[in-house]
Ligand binder design. Structure first.
Ligand SMILES: [Zn+2]
Length: 258
């Protein structure tokens, strides 16, 4: 049997435009021929991405074609395309140059309408995935992994540059590092400090508890601190206690804590 994948674009005006994406043929059913292969899925995604981008960019240019003030068409100065790397392949986006409308007196004489939305040449999703993976594994491995599962050719040097620029941008957004002070007030000299509260007794203990079905065990660690007295309140024995418990479940060689 044969499979034919098509994509249909329906404009706001209701016009349909179809594009054949891929044709596949299957004969003998086997585990290897069950469903889409990785190669076929990459080809489908690349064709689909190309078609969608062309439709979106074309529609955007049509909407910007006329001057918003007088309604005249912007005269074309020159054509051109720009390559944008997306998560699903590198695509060419129409990036023509138009003359400024005759009703406008200020600003540059020509402009590229795509600059209204085009920010850089790498899609945010691709940057996100490159940055995420490159922060976990070596750059070369991240690039290799991206190329294995996505229809893109990732370069480890590019991945490294994207990670560094993203990290720098995040640092810049944080602003200057603020100095943190433990105390709001000025430090007091030791001889001027008031007498401290009473001594604190701290107790920590732990043990193992078997669950009902005797599979694995719980590790329980508990702590408690007791303040003998507070000078300001003149309490004979004022207790301030805190208990911390850590439960560790170990069963069948797999550990988890909470
Ligand atoms: Zn105009």
């Amino acid at each position: 049997m044969k499979f034919r994948v098509e994509v249909v674009c329906i404009s706001d005006a209701g016009h349909e435009q179809r594009c054949g994406v891929l044709e596949m043929e299957r004969r003998q059913l086997a585990m290897e021929t069950l469903g889409l292969t990785l190669c076929e899925s990459k080809a489908v995604l690349v064709s689909l991405q190309d078609f969608m981008v062309a439709q979106q960019a074309g529609e955007d240019l049509n909407q910007r074609r006329c001057c918003p003030d007088c309604g005249d068409r912007h005269p074309a100065k020159g054509g051109g395309v720009i390559e944008v790397k997306t998560l699903l392949g590198a695509v060419e986006v129409a990036n023509s140059r138009w003359n400024r409308c005759s009703c406008q007196q200020n600003g540059p004489k020509t402009f590229r309408p795509a600059s209204a939305w085009l920010r850089g040449t790498t899609s945010p999703e691709l940057l996100y995935l490159e940055t995420k993976w490159a922060s976990l594994i070596p750059f070369a491995k991240a690039a290799e992994l991206l190329g294995d599962v996505l229809p893109i050719e990732a370069n480890h040097d590019t991945v490294r540059q994207h990670l560094q620029s993203t990290a720098q941008r995040m640092e810049d957004e944080l602003g200057d590092e603020r100095q943190l002070y433990l105390f709001d007030s000025e430090p007091i000299e030791p001889q001027d400090q008031p007498p401290p509260d009473g001594p604190i007794t701290v107790g920590i203990d732990g043990g193992y508890v078997r669950p009902a079905h005797k599979e694995g065990f719980f590790e329980v660690i508990a702590g408690r601190s007791v303040l003998a007295f507070r000078r300001a309140a003149e309490d004979a024995v004022s207790r301030s206690a805190s208990v911390t418990c850590r439960l560790t479940i170990r069963s069948r060689g797999v550990d988890s804590g909470s």
